[in-house]
Design a protein around this ligand. Structure first.
Ligand code: SAM
Length: 444
């Protein structure tokens, strides 16, 4: 209990010139943990005394969101100190409802966000002095995706990164808590001058694992020109090479005249119109379970998911016109080899009329209509390639692939995609053949 504060104190005492005093404010909601914290701080006090460093600790058995927001508002009744030189934190994770009291408190100090850990960090960033340092161990999920964009923008505006540590294993760091989460440790300085480089280290996650460190240009990790404020964390030569290759591609979906959207059929909202089997006046309804290699396998009558949606006045705007579409799964299980899994829908493998794509599927279209089949095959190969997967994993710490993520990826040109597409027949290519095709077609 309180191991992070203890590590901080130990590090201060190891400095050539230790500080004159250390005042710790510690927050813990769970009162059963308070005696353990107090014991740790007693040990800190004893260690400080030996070095002639004054030590005090206030252990607050209180909600940090409430008190942190209060401190930030500089409330007259606030009894705790107002600003901090340093913060070290392993905040709780979990969604924060926009209707909760905590969310309202956060809004009051412009720190609103919808996850507990980003709420803690927003408050802490506000409470740090200029030049103050933050060390936080958190999920990696904030590094990309629209959900955390505002948080990232605040983080990058106020803090400058010095070190980032990532764990190879999703389960080792918190195996006792059954948390399956990619975690990172972040060290950043408030209003610090951006350094040219950031130190990136990684380790297995289990105790005693070796740590590998490399130094990378700051603008490769977080670029001030990126409207999404993504935080990219490349960690090996292979990752760096993939990053260079994908970033060097000339097109984006937008320049190809294409758009990616999230499937419009939210099944529980359209429940009355869903059918297990296709019938008269129904359109195919495509779920991730219909993905099979190159093309969708539809209908799948033994699947637990419905195969069709009625085509009527209620569902008309949920359907898209008949055509060829490239689909990607929005969620992949951790067993899946790649984060991006793409598949092609064609009317001759579905039904001639309009089609419904379920909300767990993203679909690539040309202004609401289908694509040329050869182009679609080229997109299929690129989206399923190992190089894109290696690139994508660097900034996508979770198993979700949002439409925004795909909008920000660089793609081969239409000519390159077309050339790839002509080399693909009706059978899916195995992974090594996809990768070979991409290597040959994207060779400079
Ligand atoms: C991921 S654990 C980290 C524990 C601690 N930092 C450590 O290193 O041992 C998060 C802790 O935050 C506490 N917690 C959860 N919500 C809180 C809140 N609103 N205010 C203060 N503490 C909270 C939990 O009880 C839990 O002990």
């Amino acid at each position: 209990m309180g191991i992070l504060s203890a590590a901080f104190v130990r590090r201060q005492l190891m400095r050539d010139t230790p500080p004159e005093r250390i005042d710790v404010s510690a927050y813990e909601l769970d009162k059963t943990l308070i005696p353990g914290l107090e014991k740790t701080f007693e040990a800190c006090r004893a260690a400080c005394e030996e070095m002639d460093v004054e030590f005090s600790a206030i252990v607050r058995n209180a909600d940090f969101i409430g008190e942190g927001a209060e401190m930030l508002r500089n409330d007259l009744f606030s009894t705790t100190q107002q600003t901090f030189d340093a913060a070290i934190v392993n905040p709780p994770y979990g969604k924060l409802s926009t209707t909760s009291a905590a969310y309202r408190l956060l809004c009051g100090v412009k720190a609103e966000t919808t996850n507990l850990y980003t709420a803690f960090l927003n408050l802490i960033i506000g409470l740090l002095k200029s030049g103050g340092e933050l060390v936080a161990i958190t999920p990696r999920s904030f590094c990309n995706g629209p959900y955390f964009r505002l948080f990232r923008q605040n983080l990058l505006r106020q803090m400058s990164f010095r070190d980032i540590h990532i764990f190879d294993s999703r389960s080792a760091a918190f195996k006792h808590d059954k948390v399956l989460q990619e975690n990172i440790i972040l060290h950043a300085v408030k209003h610090g001058k951006a350094t040219r480089t950031i130190r990136i280290s990684r380790s297995g996650g289990a105790e005693g694992d070796g740590v590998r460190t490399r130094v990378l240009p700051t603008n490769e990790i977080a670029s001030p020109n990126d409207a999404e404020a993504f935080i990219h964390i490349p960690t090996s030569e292979r990752h760096l090479a993939a990053r260079e290759q994908v970033c060097g591609l000339d097109a984006t979906l937008a320049t190809l005249g294409l758009t990616v959207s999230t499937g419009r059929v939210v099944d529980f909202r359209a429940r009355d119109h869903l059918r297990q089997k296709p019938g008269n006046n129904t359109a195919p309804l495509i779920y991730p379970c219909h993905f099979q290699g190159l093309f969708v396998n539809w209908p799948k009558l033994d699947a637990r998911k419905p195969n069709a949606i009625e085509n009527n006045s209620h569902t008309a705007n949920l359907l898209v016109p008949a055509g060829v579409y490239v689909l990607t799964k929005r969620f992949t299980s951790k067993e899946e080899r790649r984060r991006i899994v793409a598949c092609i829908y064609t009317p001759d493998r579905g039904a001639p009329g309009p089609v419904g794509f379920e909300n767990h599927v993203n679909y690539v279209h040309a202004n609401g209509r289908g694509l040329d089949l050869v182009l679609a095959k080229g997109l299929w190969a690129f989206l399923n390639s190992s190089v894109l997967d290696l690139y994508f994993r660097q900034f996508n710490g979770h198993t979700q692939v949002n439409a925004t993520d795909l909008r920000n990826v660089h793609f081969p040109t239409a000519a390159q995609l077309g050339s790839m597409g002509t080399r693909i027949g009706d059978e899916p290519l195995p992974q090594d053949a996809i990768d070979e095709l991409i290597r040959e077609e994207l060779k400079a």
